[in-house]
Design a protein around this ligand. Structure first.
Ligand code: ADQ
Length: 457
């Protein structure tokens, strides 16, 4: 049987640590089923960098292989091109993007070096699966080393419209390198179609139908594979002792009031200041909620070495202070802003104790929090999901209250609808979404993509 070789920037834990993010959970099951290798950056910076030793650890039938990068790689590849150039461009934020030739060179160098270290590890009948925007060019580098195995790529974040991506210097070359993959997977139909449009409009490619495009003598399959969660396991996690403890803590705190929950890494793509303003708008436009409804925002800092991220945190602290100062009462705090993370099971309990899940990114590849919130609800008395139309999740979670996150008025109105929605309607909407989550789960995501990859080659 062929092994699966997964490449991603960070290599996740194989054992359920309770802290693993969505990506790790989805991949671990597939890796354990097929056996294989998970290759990536160790998270460490050293002078030897990618020339240093390959750090290996076998966990069950999965071999974890990691390498360091140098301080220059960290600055140019990780902080630079990945986080300051690609992340904003892919999230439609050209205003925040830094275009620096050094970053681009560093990115190409690290992709080349990762391929050089990975190539010799690949066996003849392995299947290779590369993840995310850190490694757009890895497939092309492997091909240049005569690796002829099937190679798939999956992009976890949005693929923007060609009109946006064309602003990235050398976007043509970047997308051309993606043609080295046999299959390129995206979160949504929109992302896949943006990619195909880029190939056709910017690279003079040809649409072969059925998601296939041809350019520079290569045919690539470009389709949507919306990432899922293990909905049944998540739903069970919401009944674990840890979850129950957190439900009890939240219920005690709320004392019969209602809670709206937001959970996101602090990131400008997540629309957090807009969300706080929409909550303020709820209290202005629907004053009956004053004293009765709170917003809990759980947001662990991420990428804090970047100015744009530190700025948002400060802005959020200011907004929360302003809104609390304006509306708080002796026994009621409108916004609780927690900059920490929680183990998965505790989070499941916090979701379940919250009447409304508020997921309003300005752009998001998928957004797993939307799925987790639904999976964690009680079938008898589920909460309501308010979801941004700009999250990939909105393409399939059509029973959520879909909103434009830029309009505080619209989000406030949806919150009011959610808070007053009759039980029967809540149940109907929830059931439809939960059933779909159980079918389109993490396993189905990986299996479908890998099946299509085999068929494509
Ligand atoms: P992210 O941008 O990180 O992922 P998301 O999909 O919401 O966004 O996943 C975040 C994960 O981290 C969730 O599983 C969530 O439970 C967890 N998490 C967030 N805050 C937490 C906290 N305070 N404590 C504990 N856990 C927390 C990228 C893309 C997304 C895409 C995913 C997967 O940006 O669009 O959905 O990859 O493909």
């Amino acid at each position: 049987m062929s092994r699966l070789v997964v490449v991603s920037n960070r290599v996740g834990p194989i054992k359920d640590s309770g802290r693993a993010g969505g990506l790790a959970v989805a991949l671990v099951d597939t890796l354990k089923a097929m056996g294989g290798v998970w290759f990536g950056w160790s998270g460490e910076v050293s002078d030897e960098g990618t020339f240093g030793p390959l750090q290996q650890e076998k966990q069950r039938n999965v071999l974890l292989q990691q390498i360091d990068i140098t301080p220059a790689d960290y600055e140019e590849f990780y902080i630079g091109y990945a986080n300051r150039t690609l992340w904003p461009v892919l999230h439609y934020r050209l205003d925040l993007a830094d275009f620096d030739r050094r970053f681009e060179d560093g990115y190409r160098r690290v992709n080349e070096r990762f391929a050089a270290r990975l190539g010799p590890e690949i066996r003849e009948d392995d299947i290779v699966w590369v993840h995310d925007y850190h490694f757009f060019g890895l497939g092309a580098q492997l091909r240049a080393m005569d690796v002829h195995n099937p190679i798939a790529f999956f992009l976890h974040v949005p693929f923007p419209a060609p009109e946006i991506l064309a602003a990235l210097p050398n976007a043509d070359a970047l997308v051309r390198r993606m043609l080295a993959y046999d299959l390129v997977g995206f979160q949504t139909e929109r992302d896949a179609s943006n990619f195909r449009r880029f190939i056709i409009e910017e690279l003079q490619g040809e649409d072969l139908g059925g998601g296939r495009v041809k350019a520079v003598g290569r045919v690539v399959h470009a389709r949507a594979y919306p990432i899922g969660i293990d909905a049944e396991a998540y739903s069970q996690a919401a009944y674990s002792p840890d979850a129950r403890r957190h439900i009890a803590r939240v219920e005690k705190l709320l004392d019969g009031r209602h809670q709206i929950i937001g959970v996101d890494r602090i990131d400008y793509s997540k629309g957090l200041p807009e969300r706080f303003r929409a909550f303020e708008r709820l209290l202005e436009d629907y004053p009956e909620n004053r004293g009765l409804v709170s917003l809990m925002q759980v947001a662990p800092p991420s990428r804090s070495e970047l100015d744009a991220y530190a700025d948002i945190r400060r802005e959020l602290e200011g907004l929360a202070g302003h809104i609390n100062g304006r509306f708080a009462d002796l026994d009621w705090t409108p916004i609780r802003f927690l900059t920490r993370s929680f183990p998965r099971r505790s989070l499941a309990g916090i979701y379940r104790a919250s009447k409304v899940g508020l997921v309003t990114p300005l752009r998001d590849g998928m957004n797993l929090v939307a799925k987790e919130y639904i999976a964690a609800q009680r079938a008898e008395d589920p909460g309501v999901l308010v979801l941004s139309r700009f999250a990939g999740a909105a393409e399939r979670m059509t029973e959520a209250l879909i909103v434009n996150p830029h309009s505080s008025e619209e989000v406030a109105a949806a919150l009011q609808t959610a808070l007053t929605m009759p039980l029967e309607e809540r149940r109907e909407r929830w059931q439809a979404m939960f059933d779909r989550l159980c079918v389109e789960d993490a396993k189905a995501w990986a299996n479908t993509l890998l099946k299509d990859l085999r068929a494509a080659v």
